[in-house]
Design a protein around this ligand. Sequence first.
Ligand SMILES: *[C@@H]1O[C@H](CO)[C@@H](O)[C@H](O)[C@H]1NC(C)=O
Length: 397
Amino acid sequence: MAASFPLLSVLITFITTYLATSASPAAAVAAQYSVTSYGARPDGRTDSTRAFLAAWNKACSSPSPATIYVPAGTFYLKNVAFQGPCKSTSIAFLVDGTLLAPSDYGVIGPVGNWIMFHAVDGVTVSGGTLDGQGKGLWACKASGKSCPQGATTLEFSNSKNIQINGVASLNSQLFHIVINGCQNVKVQGVRVTAAGDSPNTDGIHVQESNGMTILNSRIGTGDDCISIGPGATNLWIEGVSCGPGHGISIGSLGKEFHEAGVQNVTVRTVTFTGTENGVRIKSWGRPSTGFARNVLFQHAVMNNVQNPIVIDQNYCPGEKNCPGQDSGVKVSDVTYQDIHGSSQTEVAVKFTCSKASPCTGIRMEDVKLSYKNKVAGSSCQNADGTASGVVQPGSCL
Ligand SMILES: *[C@@H]1O[C@H](CO)[C@@H](O)[C@H](O)[C@H]1NC(C)=O
């Protein structure tokens, strides 16, 4: 009995302290803003852009955590920029419905972005479908007519502490999700779907950003599954399946002379099915201060992939501004570990590195790739490194 008193008083102190700190209404209850309260209509036709902005402005200026709620139904939305900085340090976009872009690419195509967040901190987007309605623009591009470049579906720029959870992105005009100039970003359970021949519809693109994880996502699209641009550091990708599309690519790097490097990238437990590439590092064949270093590709399965493992430092589209030049991008400390499966072409491992700036510290460990049920081939240029464990095709390092 005597012994239980101190315990009880500790418990009471704990409860009263807890109530005192959480009882202030502002701190306890997150403010909720439903877009329908601001005039958004789930009918797929009414322009809900102003309503979304009005809800955003309320949430952004809220002194407490805020939730913007998008109920079930289809909301027609033109290009919209959710601008920070905000007073609220935590804003959740909770989406049950579908956001529908204009089918006429002339509306958002020239703007370059559909849904944009700029200079925000602590924003989470959860659930819902973002339908970019890109088919019209893809057809325009395929016809050779002059068309706008197109709009990225969802972009965060100059932001931090961002989460994107369980969002489905469908038929983007241009890239699906872009992270540019951000810190501490977590993307998980994302589903990207677009035709395998849709142009420039990268699934997730990251650049100039530090500290990002991409987990448990499925990406089928017409361009890169995930593209990693200049200035991406401390990036972790795990549990992603890609296909159709062009695979996971670091690059293109070295387009500019003065360029930030890519470093500390881990790509693990990924599956590629019928993609053009598996894991690729790609740079322009021209001088640059850029680099890619400390990269780990681990536990990858290749199912009938055209080019499972590639480093290509001779990228020179249209043979303009680079013919005859060597890439200045330094590729170093890249490890390929436990990568197996099948290649659609005979040369499953291809390291075409720069003569001016050869690849160093390439490590191959337990790599096993077949072509037509036989051991595939490999080719190396200006690539230095080591092989250990089972490495088939045999290492050319
Ligand atoms: C890369 O990772 C190493 C080891 O964890 C760390 O020391 C280094 O600061 C990181 N580089 C960058 C640019 O963050």
